[in-house]
Write a protein that binds this ligand. Structure first.
Ligand code: A3P
Length: 278
């Protein structure tokens, strides 16, 4: 009799809003939208569609406000959201920990040089009068070698955000390494199914998202979806994802590579993963 009642309850279970079990915390322009859209293919994942910005902008509104932003879920379904700025918000690790010390964290990282160009391309699309990338990434050195800009401007946000080591250390001061999955943005493009297998395992999900969900769209140059919850026909991410980048002077690229090399090495060490960026 009790068993019957239990089954009835389950059948009539009403979805309710819950605080997130997992968060995509960053990194901006590394493939965070692709990761979230791919995860939403899973029937046991429900995610807020737009970035909620609770732990950086709206923390003062409180956890009930945050919960209300979440999609309703059934028991056993994972509630998620992605806000890439959490990665670099100093107070975010402490605040996230206060919500749930067992929360699962995901971060996509990508070669900081292409990340910077991607970040710049996004800004330039909104502000066509923006100076060239080369002018913003390099400043004239005061060393006195004259007219050739040679020093990387580490304070320019597109450059600064590619220094991954320091934010990672902040998150790892609060959370055990096993609570954070670092995903290669490059692998997410080259082999989305393999990367999503790791993600599903990390989240304790059955492997439902596989090769069968993806096809490579050669016009877009990115993996796209054959179908999803919202659409039954093949489709790619929006126009703002996978933009073409402007040509950048190779000398500037070289300077940036030299700039990032020691930071990348420190990041690989902390992460325990060599991402192999050039
Ligand atoms: P670009 O538009 O510069 O190529 P985010 O979602 O974090 O803003 O990241 C955007 C980046 O996601 C894109 O930067 C693109 O390189 C990357 N990306 C990864 N997988 C993608 C996919 N399947 N479709 C489109 N963009 C993808």
């Amino acid at each position: 009799d009790d068993g019957y009642k239990y089954t009835r309850l389950k059948q009539n279970e009403v979805p309710v809003k819950r605080l997130p079990d997992a968060l995509v915390i960053g990194v901006k322009k590394c493939g965070t939208r692709a990761l979230l859209e791919f995860l939403r293919l899973h029937p046991d994942v429900r995610a807020a569609g737009s970035e909620v910005h609770f732990f950086d902008k709206f923390y003062h509104k409180g956890f009930e406000w945050y919960r209300d932003k979440m999609p309703p879920t059934l028991e056993g379904q994972i509630t998620m959201e992605k806000t890439p700025s959490y990665w670099v918000t100093r107070s975010a690790p402490r605040r996230v920990y206060a919500m749930n010390p067992g929360v699962k964290l995901l971060a996509v990282v990508r070669d900081p040089v292409t990340r910077a160009i991607s970040d710049y391309t996004q800004s330039a699309s909104k502000r066509p009068s923006l100076p060239r990338f080369e002018e913003l990434a390099l400043v004239n050195s005061s060393a006195g070698w004259g007219l050739v800009p040679s020093v990387v401007d580490a304070s320019w946000a597109p450059v600064r955000l590619g220094v991954y080591a320091r934010p990672l250390r902040r998150w790892l001061r609060r959370f055990p390494r096993a609570s954070l999955l670092l995903i290669s943005g490059e692998s997410l493009v080259i082999d989305p199914a393999a990367e999503m297998a790791r993600v599903q395992e990390f989240l304790g999900l059955k492997r439902v998202i596989t090769e069968k969900h993806f096809y490579f769209n050669s016009t877009k140059g990115f993996p796209c979806l054959l179908k999803s919850e919202s659409r039954s026909t093949p489709h790619c991410l929006g126009k703002t994802k996978g933009r073409s980048h402007p040509h950048i002077d190779p000398k500037t690229i070289e300077r940036l590579r030299d700039f990032y090399r020691p930071f990348n090495e420190r990041f690989y060490e902390l992460a325990g993963i060599n991402f192999g960026w050039p």
